[in-house]
Every structure is written in C-alpha cells, then in structure tokens.
Design a protein. Structure first.
Length: 277
C-alpha cells in the first residue's frame, strides 16, 4: 500500500476508531488486498496525523477483527479471507447468543438442503462428477482424520456447485463445526465416528443421484434426511456406550469447546484441516 498524496481527514471522536474504519473499508474494497502489508507505524501516523500509540491501537482492533495479522514485530499483513471472517463472526454469534448445538446442526441441514437444490439446477455434468468422486472418497478414507477431511470435502463441493458463494462459505464453516463436533463426541480414533460416517455412504450417494437427476426438491429432501439421520446416529452411538454427554446441553457444551479451541480472537481458524483438537 502506498500512502495517498492527500491525507485522510480525522474528525473529533475516537480517532483510532476512525482509522480502523478507513483501513477496514480499504481492505474490504480490495484496495488493500489479502497478503499485502500495511504501511509502517511511522507512515500511518504521518498519514493520519496521529501518534504512534493511536496507530497501534487501531492495528490491534483490526487484528482482533481478523483483518490483519502481526507477527514477530513485523508490519501488519492483510488477512482478508472470507472464510476466516465468516468463521469468526459465526463463532461469536453462536457463543454470545448461546445458540444450542442442535440449532446449529439444524441450520446446517437447511443450508446444505438449499445448496443441493441449487446444485440440481445449476451444476454442470463435470461438477456432478466431482461431487460423486468426493462421496466415493469418504468410505475409502482410513482413520478418523482422513474420513473427517473427506466428509468436509464432500460438503464443500456440494456448496461450491450451488454457484452461490455466500451459501458455499456458510456451508463450509458450519460443516466444519458439525464434523468437528462429531469427532469430539466420538472420542477420536477407535471411537464411534467411523461407525457413524461409514453407514451413511448410501445416503450421500442418494444426494449425488438426486443432484444428477436435476431434481431440486428431491435433492433438498434427501439432504435433510441425511442430516437428521447423522445426528440420530451420533446420539444413539454415544448413548449405547453410556455417554451422558449427548443431551442438548452436552451437544452445546461440546460445540462451544470446539469453537474456543479452533477459532481464535485474532481471526485465525486454528488448523482448519483438522477437527481432532
């Protein structure tokens, strides 16, 4: 980012907030693209005609928002990635509003059902083939981590071929939450996760078939059935082993714990390719 010739006008009020809003607008508009570096603290202070501490406060706020990253004392780097911003926002709402685990999973079912409906209408034959290949990769995966990754990929493809970027982003993160919750409740390797994911292969192939048949209504219905059965299987599997942590409160506590571990205040989704933490 090069400092413009005309300095920004800072009015009365909280100066740091105005700097945050100005830089935020530049980041979201693409004037400061992902991966670019902010000017140095001295340059920003001169540009806005403020002190160094005011600039540092503004950068701290942008960092907490997930828009920039500062490491090892180097200049702040823009980290404007839609998935990360969405993850931090959703995680915050879930925790602040005390959204229950079942409500989150119910929302995922609705979102994926809509994604399947749109995919049935708009996906190309090549995209349907990708969805089929992703579904077939799940039972072929070995171990909890690889199975979880294959499941994430299947639902990521489903969202992508809906051709609705916002819907796809929502589905990606909430699917990540659901799969993370499933792994957490399963007890990891040797737990119930594989025994739940495996038998649902037939249901995932039914989703593919409905999309391939270009039947939006049926595709949406099949996805809703899949999510209901997935939750029922996870709950039943844990209950059969004497686990009492499968009540509504237990699901919510497990989800909140996963969010605290995997989504940080700084806007970084911790180890997004793994749900085993």
């Amino acid at each position: 980012m090069s400092v413009p010739q005309n300095p920004a006008k800072i009015f009365r009020g909280r100066v740091a907030d105005q700097i945050v809003e100005d830089l935020r607008s530049q980041i979201l508009s693409g004037a400061l693209p992902d991966g670019s570096r902010l000017p140095s603290e001295r340059e920003l202070a001169a540009y806005y005609d403020v002190s160094g501490p005011t600039v540092r406060e503004a950068v701290r706020v942008l960092t907490a928002m997930g828009l920039v990253n500062t490491r090892n004392g180097s200049r702040a780097t823009v980290t404007a990635q839609g998935d990360t911003l969405l993850a931090v926002s959703i995680a915050s709402v879930v925790q602040v509003e005390k959204v229950s685990g079942r409500e989150v999973l119910g929302l995922l079912g609705a979102l994926n059902a809509y994604a399947a409906e749109l995919a049935a209408e708009h996906a190309t034959d090549e995209e349907v083939d990708r969805l089929r290949a992703a579904a077939q990769a799940v039972p072929a995966a070995e171990g909890v981590e690889r199975t979880a990754a294959a499941l994430r990929d299947f639902f990521a493809v489903l969202g992508e071929i809906s051709h609705n970027p916002l819907l796809a982003a929502l589905c990606r993160f909430i699917s990540e939450m659901q799969i993370g919750l499933g792994v957490k409740l399963s007890g990891g390797e040797g737990g119930t996760f594989g025994r739940v994911a495996g038998p649902l292969h037939t249901e995932r192939m039914r989703i593919v078939a409905a999309v391939a048949a270009r039947d939006p209504r049926h595709a949406a219905a099949v996805v809703r059935d899949y999510h209901r059965e997935a939750l029922e299987r996870i709950t039943a599997a844990r209950a059969s082993e004497g686990d009492t942590n499968v009540s509504d409160n237990g699901l919510t506590e497990a989800l909140t714990a996963w969010l605290r571990t995997n989504v940080t205040l700084g806007g970084q989704v911790t180890n997004p390719r793994s749900t085993l933490s």
